[in-house]
Write a protein that binds this ligand. Structure first.
Ligand code: ATP
Ligand code: MG
Length: 554
């Protein structure tokens, strides 16, 4: 193992230093989603990072809804977000928190700034404020309302709160520095008038705080020690620090930024996922082709696999993008020893064993997972008529094709050796049935006196059960990339979903929602949480068995 200290990420190093220097009483982190959409894999990173740090330092992790903007928020999302965080295994401290519960404290904080001469009511319109703000190369211009007296500001701010002004008529601004090289510091708006009902506070307020003002206060009220956010807030940090300094918190929270998680050729942003949903390209927020947490769960990813993935990606300051196959690697690793390996035929063609007794059902004892004997064994019915994969038979095989073809002998996995003696085709040349003979001496498949090169899986045609399986490809057309350069739309792959009628071992028909299996040679599958019913599971392919991903070797 590497040296413990050296392997700590940059956030842990900051926290260690803060503790050492006595700036941190207790590590308190939070995950602060806006309830305006479902969470995705990027949020999972943030959740697990914040929760992980709280655990590591014996601290506290809060789940706080950042619901200060009533225009976009919905109660529906509160429940889904809670469910997702819970499913990921991140346990939040106490009750779920809501930023809107702090509206009274935020109002008082604004009053405090006014009294200190650090905030003023401004009558400029939104357009004028923008014009006055200046540019990256030019300083801003001071508002003519900048030097209102404290008394007048207090009066006007109270009037804003009391509903005496219409939307946009007046705002409260922090009085900082119109010449600051950081535009965020040029007297940012901290409160606006908006006569909109809020999903929790109703019509109690007609003024709402802006994010950059509200967020540090929320953190401070909760005793958050390290407020971890993504890089786009880096330029806002001076304002964050200004707010907590001017409000004179005894233990000011500290903002730390890290790079967002992006996956190559995958739609991650909330806004874009929403668009796919609204345009009907996918079947809801939890469509298994998406990377919302609900979708990943539905597809069959486990919390453990997501955790492994997030840890592999690591925490950095430098923006990068990782490959989706890395996520696939993690779920394969997680399921490898955990799930049963069963036989399912996705594209069935019939095999008839001419010399096998008609009507006989023979049970083969099969290990559930050759690499994990703890999973036990099961009995799999073998009969005269079977199904195998269509691609496991060829009339005229190329060289190095070791599966079934006329005259060739193969091993039926866990059963007998069979030799192809004949086959039938329809008018279109499609194989309709394959005839074989079996050798009773080869029972169990471990027969060693004669060698065969091919082993294929099978399911009894009479005892097996027909079910549907959904095979997925990337929803994005990978050749074109995610976004259309011209209009910013998403380049959609029209073949991202294929539903197949397959035949599975009887035991698979008993699968309960969310049960996961390996279908030998075909990948890992999960019984769909929504569309499965008793005795009739619908399987989602989580991932195939083949991998293009190579573990980094350092
Ligand atoms: P999106 O960018 O998808 O619209 P968002 O940032 O608007 O998401 P919020 O609800 O505001 O979503 O985010 C909650 C938390 O999740 C924030 O702390 C945010 O920085 C973090 N977060 C959002 N996207 C990612 C990502 N891709 N990687 C890591 N953390 C993220
Ligand atoms: Mg956001």
């Amino acid at each position: 193992m590497e040296n413990e200290v050296a392997s700590k990420n940059f956030i842990e190093q900051i926290i260690d230093k803060d503790i050492e220097e006595g700036h941190c009483r207790k590590v308190v982190t939070r995950f602060p989603p806006e309830p305006n959409g479902y969470l995705h894999i990027g949020h999972a990173k943030s959740i697990l990072l914040n929760y992980g740090l709280a655990q590591e330092y014996n601290g506290q992790f809060n789940l706080r809804f950042d619901d200060t903007n009533p225009t976009k928020e919905k109660e529906e999302f509160v429940d889904s977000i809670k469910a997702d965080v819970e499913w990921l295994g991140a346990k939040w401290h106490g009750d779920v928190l809501f930023a809107s519960d702090y509206f009274p404290e935020m109002y008082e904080a604004a009053v405090k700034l006014i009294k200190k001469g650090k905030a003023y009511v401004c009558d400029l319109s939104a357009d004028e404020i923008r014009q006055y703000r200046g540019t990256l190369t030019e300083p801003g211009k001071e508002s003519p309302y900048r030097n209102r007296s404290v008394e007048e500001n207090l009066q006007l701010f109270g009037d804003m709160k009391d509903g005496k002004f219409g939307d946009g008529e007046k705002v409260l601004r922090a009085k900082i520095d119109m010449a600051s090289p950081n535009i965020n510091m040029r007297d940012p708006v901290i409160y606006r008038v908006a006569h909109i009902s809020h999903h929790r506070t109703g019509d109690e307020w007609c003024i709402y705080p802006m994010y950059d003002f509200a967020h540090p206060i929320e953190d401070a009220i909760e005793g958050v020690s390290h407020s971890i956010c993504t890089l786009e807030f880096e330029d806002h940090r001076p304002l964050y620090d200004w707010v907590v300094r001017e409000l004179e918190y005894e233990y000011p929270p500290k903002q730390i930024e890290f790079a967002k998680l992006y996956l190559n050729n995958v739609v991650t942003g909330k806004r874009y996922i929403k668009k796919l949903v609204e345009d009907g390209i996918v079947d809801g927020w939890d469509d298994p082709r998406l990377v919302s947490i609900a979708a990943l769960r539905r597809r069959g990813f486990t919390p453990e696999s997501i955790k492994m993935f997030v840890e592999m990606v690591g925490v950095t300051k430098a923006q990068g993008s990782v490959e989706y196959p890395m996520l696939e690697y993690c779920i394969r690793e997680d399921l490898k020893l955990k799930v049963k390996r069963m036989m399912a035929v996705l594209d069935p063609v019939k095999v008839i064993i001419d010399n096998y007794e008609e009507g006989k059902v023979e049970y083969m004892e099969v290990p559930n997972n050759q690499e994990n004997p703890e999973l036990g064994t099961r009995m799999v019915p073998f009969t005269r008529e079977l199904f195998i994969e269509r691609e496991d038979f060829m009339e005229e095989p190329p060289k190095k094709y070791f599966r079934l073809f006329p005259g060739n002998e193969v091993r039926l996995m866990n059963a007998y050796f069979v030799t192809c003696v004949d086959f039938k085709k329809d008018e279109d040349g499609r194989i309709t049935e394959i005839h074989c003979t079996y050798d009773p001496a080869t029972r169990g498949g471990n027969f060693t006196e004669r060698k065969v090169k091919g082993t294929i899986h099978w399911v009894s045609a009479t005892e097996g059960v027909k079910v549907k399986a959904r095979l997925y490809e990337n929803i994005v057309d990978e050749e074109k990339g995610v976004y259309n350069q011209e209009d910013g739309s998403i380049n959609v792959n029209p073949d991202s979903l294929k539903v197949v009628d397959c035949v599975v071992e009887p035991e698979l028909a008993k699968a309960e929602k969310e049960d996961k299996f390996q279908f030998v040679r075909n990948g890992y599958f999960c019984a769909d949480i929504k569309d499965s019913s008793e005795g009739n599971p619908v399987f989602n392919r989580i991932v195939s068995l083949k991998s293009s991903f190579k573990l980094p070797t350092n």
